[in-house]
Write a protein that binds this ligand. Sequence first.
Ligand SMILES: Cc1ncc(COP(=O)(O)O)c(C=O)c1O
Length: 404
Amino acid sequence: MSHKNMIRQIRKTFLPFALPSISEDAIESVTAVLRSGWITSGPKVKQFEADFSEFLGCKHSIAVSSATAGLHLALEAIGMDRNSAAITTSVTFTATTEAICYFHAEPILTDIDPVTNNMTVASLEATIEKFCTFRSGKLYLKNSKKLVKAILPVHIAGSSCDMEGILALAKKYNLYVIEDAAHAFPAIHKDKLIGNWGDFTVFSFYATKGITTGEGGMVTTKHDKYADRMRRTRLHGINKIAYDRPSWYYEVTEPGFKYNMTDISAALGIAQLKEANSFWDRRRAIAKNYTDAFQNIKGIRLPQEEKNGIHSWHLYRIELDPSIAKMGRDSFAEELKDRNIGSSLHFIPIFEHPFYRKKFQYDRDEFPNACKMYDRCLSLPLFAGMTDEDVDDVIFAVKSLLED
Ligand SMILES: Cc1ncc(COP(=O)(O)O)c(C=O)c1O
């Protein structure tokens, strides 16, 4: 189909960059829970966890109220405290670094790969070399007693980080690996689904994600002791959830958090999980349509298919080179909006936010690739419920704005 020669009207309704897809079956499952008399954590949470473990082929799945909560629990389980630090990427949502800050610990940021926009082994090594020293089997922040305890890779947009390389580096420096997989459900890296690589993997079921529970998250881990701990810490440090308590008696084994998932959310999660593969297929097909259509536009960098696995296609992020493209990113976003097409930016780098800049004194010059991304990047609409017409509207708008 030639979009140039097609007479096409500007769409009449606004197309957001993301929308959830909720089936009638899902609505009925949630309604059944609402009618059942048991709406907080109970049988649906247990079933969702079992179904999720089966889907991923992982050992433990712990359902929580958000990915942010999951990151907090995983960091707590490895003993983060105010004398700790953790290494993560400069291009992520504030949730990743915020969870580190909950402990008054320090987030150390890497620059990103210019193509995938993920942290890489090289960017990690450069960060460690510059900011850390390795003594007696432990990695410390230079000129500080702060012990570096973990690497938090973030699979941006659903393109997975080099997990083999990161795990090897983590082993060398005695670090845990806590993956922020908010964008990577489902995604495959090499021969394994994300959720089976690091010590912990944290997924998000926020409204725009691969599957949604409204708000919610899941932590997967192969470690029995951390799974047990997180099952307690997600609910006040109580050793049994209400549904499992045979009587009024329970014990608090440590001060925990209120991070449990409700059965209302879990019922939605169970229904969404049944559709996860078809949602994923649809996202991949839309991404392929975009890539085929935008191939020859000058000054645009398109996201790459995974060489070694399968992208989740949570986001379709493009970059506009202002010296070649017909317009810069900001004007392009405005023009798209005028054509009723939504877009977003993932992400404003962490070091640009006033809190992080002031608190940790990050130096922009350390992150040239992240700075370049920030000037050029934009996410186009991509969600499983997009119709072919929606996809064509986006393609038409992009081509009419950027093609010669
Ligand atoms: C990379 C990343 N990490 C973590 C989160 C936090 O997820 P949640 O909203 O489930 O806490 C998000 C949310 O969008 C995210 O994009």
